[in-house]
Design a protein around this ligand. Structure first.
Ligand code: UDP
Length: 239
């Protein structure tokens, strides 16, 4: 590890889709276990980790809206999906001896504690991995925005966005062989070029709070730890 590790406290955002692996729906426990192992490695490096997990592997609010239903109810269902994923991630972490706690934006005291910024910070100071469930707690938002918001609230040095590919590309590298990969790019350029990094609200919030976004492949075992050691492959979004 470098003498001055660049990141003391980070917020990791993983999409719900990442958790479903090749199944097409729900949670592939082996994927949750791999993400947990990567977080354990970060903790072993002394880095404090917060986690926001999406819900797209189970439910997205737009599905209700596009079927003619009520978007707000759909989004409530999506936020509940993130709670299911968060409980799965806590299970995978605790199983390997990593102390983890779920704090939900929507009160459900029988299942987990409710979010407050002070509680989250206290738990992180004590070395626990804090999993932020329920997104922002509001409909019409995404877990990307929740990740940027929680990163700002806990004073994270960086927001890690674990994706299907190893960084930010000029076009989708799966469909376009000419897609160029960026090593570094600014928040402003991401917004101007409309690059698919995170949603616009999340990028804007990260930019306003001077939080760099590190985009890397969540499927690269050990990739998270490697970047924390200053070695891994990623794109750094920073002004
Ligand atoms: N959601 C919401 N408010 C939030 C975060 C999430 O309403 O602050 C709902 C929304 O319906 C969204 C779903 O939860 O579609 C799952 O979150 P997201 O789509 O961000 O998950 P991901 O794509 O990361 O798996």
């Amino acid at each position: 590890m470098p003498a001055n590790p660049p990141y003391r406290r980070v917020l990791l955002k993983a999409s719900g889709e990442a958790l479903m692996g090749k199944q097409g729906f729900g949670i592939d426990v082996s994927v949750a276990d791999q993400v947990a192992a990567d977080i354990a490695e970060a903790r072993a490096l002394g880095v404090e980790v917060g986690l926001v997990i999406g819900g797209g592997n189970i439910f997205r609010g737009v599905a209700v809206a596009s079927a003619g239903g009520d978007r707000v109810t759909g989004d409530h269902m999506g936020m509940l999906a993130t709670v299911i994923n968060s409980l799965a991630m806590r299970t995978s972490l605790v199983k390997i001896g990593v102390d983890a706690v779920v704090l939900s934006a929507i009160a459900m005291p029988e299942l987990c504690e409710s979010f407050s910024q002070r509680k989250a910070t206290a738990y992180m100071n004590a070395g626990k991995v804090v999993i932020f469930a329920g997104g922002t707690g509001n409909p019409f938002f995404t877990t990307d925005s929740a990740a940027a918001l929680r990163a700002a609230e806990i004073g994270a040095d960086a927001l890690f966005k674990g994706t299907q590919v190893d960084g930010v590309y000029s076009a989708d590298p799966k469909n376009n062989p000419d897609a160029r990969r960026y090593d570094r790019i600014t928040h402003r350029e991401v917004l101007q070029k409309g690059l698919a990094v995170m949603d616009t609200a999340a990028i804007a919030l990260a930019r306003e709070n001077n939080i760099p976004i590190i985009v890397y492949s969540i499927h690269e075992k050990g990739g998270f730890g490697a970047i924390l050691k200053g070695e891994g492959r990623c794109t750094i979004v920073s002004d």
